[in-house]
Write a protein that binds this ligand. Structure first.
Ligand code: UD1
Length: 312
């Protein structure tokens, strides 16, 4: 029986966590409904026991949790604008699926669940950096759904004793992030477009900023959270990011150098539900997990562009 379950294992973050676990010799089961995940992301993960199925179906959750000790729950519909266009499917894929998974995890005797929570929970509050003591103020269906799941996780620790930890990600990027959907993350889109000599579009004036976090930092934070003493993590939530931010305009300039693109960006209307600035205080994760981001933004972006070059 596999020790670890990774949900969303055919997606960007899930496959990256699964790969790290397999590389250190651990046994892994992965589950994915292949709605935004891709079968080709499973290449290189052949040792993983892969289950195709939807966590909105409780019987899939029961099968996925069988014999497992630790879960990394990354499956979601990870897009703010998608949730604005279609709140119900975001709720099903995020909230229903997570509740089903927690119920199945408890029934199967799982010990700990790490959850891909989101900085979207902070909403448009002006305070920077965002710290975990701030009151959440979600402004989109996606943010509401992600925050609701945090509460379910904390509740399952308190009421049923399942160890859970919510890791609030801030704009994760890196190899395997899908650039092809209108809902893809901005750096995935920009890297692949600019490498192809196509003009990227910046929504708004480009002065919005993000705490862009390279994938290896997020994988490392998850592995630390799985090993941390229960008193440091169980029932808690914490930011997982770099503690630095950069604007889209600045990012575009760096990408020009890395991709060889020499045009200008197109500017379009600000996107509905967008927040202006995002920056994390990462002191809680440092104290609770011994977390330290090891790959900075520019190195992460360089590695990411190199990876997208291999797709071209
Ligand atoms: C992202 C994540 C979300 C996560 C959140 C945490 C993705 C797809 N979304 O949301 O899952 O919970 O961070 O903070 O990774 N933009 C452009 N041009 C484009 C695409 C986007 O200018 O072609 C802009 C957007 O308007 C926004 C910024 O880039 O201002 C970031 O957008 P996006 O990558 O979609 O991420 P978030 O909405 O911040």
């Amino acid at each position: 029986m596999p020790k670890y379950l990774v949900t969303g294992a055919a997606g960007f973050i899930g496959r990256s966590i699964a790969s790290a676990l397999l590389e250190r010799g651990d046994s892994v089961r992965g589950v994915d409904n292949l709605s935004t995940g891709k079968r080709q992301n499973l290449i290189g993960l052949e040792k993983m026991d892969f289950l195709e199925g939807d966590l909105a179906d409780p019987s899939v959750c029961a099968k996925a949790c069988e014999g497992v000790e630790i879960i990394f729950h990354e499956a979601a519909l990870p897009s703010v604008p998608r949730s604005v266009a279609d709140p119900r499917s975001t709720n099903v894929a995020c909230v229903d699926a997570t509740l089903n998974l927690l119920i199945a995890a408890r029934a199967a005797g799982v010990r700990r669940v790490m959850y891909a929570a989101s900085s979207a929970a902070y909403g448009e509050t002006p305070t920077l950096p965002k710290h975990e003591g701030m009151l959440p103020a979600p402004i989109t269906p996606y943010a509401v759904a992600k925050l609701a799941c945090e509460h379910y996780l904390a509740c399952f620790t308190r009421v049923y004793g399942l160890e859970t930890v919510s890791l609030r990600y801030f704009n994760v990027f890196g190899p395997y992030q899908d650039p092809t959907s209108q809902y893809s993350g901005v750096l995935a889109k920009f890297c692949s477009k600019m490498l192809a000599g196509q003009q990227p579009t910046i929504f708004g004036d480009g002065e919005q900023s993000r705490d862009f976090t390279y994938i290896d930092n997020v994988v490392a934070g998850n592995l630390l959270a799985a090993e941390a003493p229960a008193e440091n993590v169980a029932g808690k939530m914490m930011n997982l990011a770099t503690g630095k931010r950069i604007t889209l305009n600045q990012t575009f300039e760096i990408l020009k150098g890395l991709t060889g693109y020499n045009g200008k960006p197109a500017y379009a209307e600000t996107r509905a539900g967008d927040i202006k600035d995002s920056l994390a205080d990462i002191s809680r994760a440092k104290a609770a997990l011994g977390y330290q981001p090891s790959v900075d933004f520019s190195e992460g972006l360089r590695r990411t562009v190199e990876w997208y070059k291999t797709l071209a």
